[in-house]
Write a protein that binds this ligand. Structure first.
Ligand code: LLP
Length: 425
């Protein structure tokens, strides 16, 4: 469910016709809907009600900032009661700047630098998800030196195949993430004894865009067993972080489990755990809350195949199709009812800059506006300036008003940060 719909023959974001944004801000441009973000945050919170009923505790929903780090987006989610799952010092500062309370910030990531660990300590964040005994020892040392007690969980690798794209799968033994389950008790015992560290639980995240609950349930069951084993070893386990990963529908026929189904599964599997739970959803909150608005540069006749619809957005603006072969629905802003089959491509000088091949879509001509749907997560945040194209702006719509929430960063502004040194003069 989202708030991008056709009214009077034109696709709107809430009450704003997209052509107005294109005229005032230019294209390409990301457009987010406040109402959709709020709705998704509420639906996810509501889905966890059975968990609260069963455990007697409210869970923390820590939005995975990597999915959409825009400050306005974070502000909306913060107001909805979300915290933040961050994976870099940059994301940590964004979450705080957007007003997320430090105690609702969880720091994940396999390669936190010393400086990032120190920043987390200085800001007194709620939880570090430790990914190795090396990282745990370093964090303990830094915290002790500051006279602090770092709150932490140990991220485990449950060796479960999330059955998603291999590049966004994180929970198999060969992936770089977490501590293998077989070593978890040993590493936990080593770290739990360190001054400076309150190792109070475990965390897990097996991958993203999951369309089936079964791998999650398998992973969570393994976590449950580990919690019991750690308690048997004499540890106090009060916190478990179950990560993110719930998928969204990118195309017709794709039916990911609903947040309510996810919540019911979690309530069932975590029964009796007696812990405080954290979740790190990203895509399921932001995915359908954004689109990438683009203008057709021209339509070029194909060789043997369908015509090339060349759009002014490219793989540097929306990397998912080029990186993962991902599908994004592509629709005209003013559909006429006529259809065509086309190759949808960007202007970048490599064949990988293809959004869709042989795609049946609305008939489009040079100058028309179109959108890539479901671009609110892992869209703008993964942009680059490849081909010296600058960074796309972001717009937030709130009913009948909108604001630019990230400026376009033009190519010459990026060039301004470069220097030709004297020794080349
Ligand atoms: N927690 C951790 C530790 C993660 O690594 C991730 C995502 C999440 C939470 C949020 O997962 P979500 O709920 O959004 O599935 N760029 C890729 C997705 C990479 C996801 C990386 N980790 C894409 O465009 O599909």
């Amino acid at each position: 469910m989202n708030h991008f719909s056709i009214k009077d023959g034109e696709l709107h974001a809430e009450d704003i016709p997209l052509s107005r944004i294109a005229e005032e801000v230019g294209t390409p441009v990301y457009v987010y809907s406040r109402a959709t973000l709020e709705r998704h945050a509420r639906v996810f919170h509501e889905a966890l009600e059975p968990v609260a009923a069963q455990s007697g505790r409210e869970s923390l929903v820590a939005f995975a900032v990597k999915a959409n780090p825009n400050l306005a987006v974070l502000k909306i989610l913060s107001r909805e009661g979300c915290g933040a799952d961050v994976v870099s010092g940059g994301e940590l500062v964004r979450a705080l700047t957007a007003g997320m309370p430090a105690e609702k910030i969880v720091f994940s990531g396999v390669g936190k630098t010393r400086a990032e660990l120190e920043l987390g300590l200085e800001k007194h964040i709620g939880q570090f998800n430790i990914e190795s005994s090396e990282e745990g020892r370093e964090l303990a040392e830094l915290a002790e030196a500051k006279g602090q007690l770092a709150q932490a969980t140990l991220r485990i690798n449950p060796d479960v195949d999330a059955k998603t794209h291999e590049k966004i799968s994180t929970g198999r033994a060969e992936n770089k993430f977490g501590i293998p389950l077989v070593r978890a008790r040993e590493v936990f015992a080593e770290l739990a004894g360190l001054p400076g560290l309150n190792l109070r639980g475990v965390s897990v995240h097996i991958g993203s865009q999951l369309l089936d609950l079964a791998p999650l349930e398998t992973a969570f069951a393994k976590v449950g067993q580990l919690v019991a084993d750690l308690r048997a070893d004499g540890h106090q386990i009060t916190h478990v972080d179950l990560g993110g990963g719930l998928g969204v529908p990118y195309k017709d026929g794709e039916n990911p489990p609903s947040p309510a189904e996810y919540g019911a599964m979690v309530a069932r599997v975590t029964q009796g755990w007696d812990v405080h739970l954290t979740f790190e959803p990203g895509r399921v909150i932001a995915g359908n809350a954004g689109i990438l608005l683009t203008r057709i540069v021209r339509v070029k006749r194909g060789g043997n195949g369908p015509p090339f619809v060349i759009v002014d957005a490219a793989m540097n603006d929306l990397a998912r199709p080029a990186l993962y072969g991902a599908w994004h629905d592509f629709d005209a802003v003013r559909p006429t009812g006529e259809r065509m089959t086309a190759n949808i491509v960007g202007p970048i000088c490599e064949t990988g800059d293809t959004f869709a091949s042989d795609r049946e879509c609305d008939a489009l001509q040079s100058g028309d506006l179109a959108v890539f749907r479901t671009a609110g997560a892992y869209g703008a945040t993964m942009a680059s300036s490849y081909n010296s194209r600058g960074f796309v702006p972001e717009v937030l719509v709130d009913k009948d008003q909108f604001a630019v929430v990230a400026d376009r960063i033009p190519a010459d502004a990026i060039m301004d940060a470069e220097r030709v040194p004297d020794f080349l003069m």
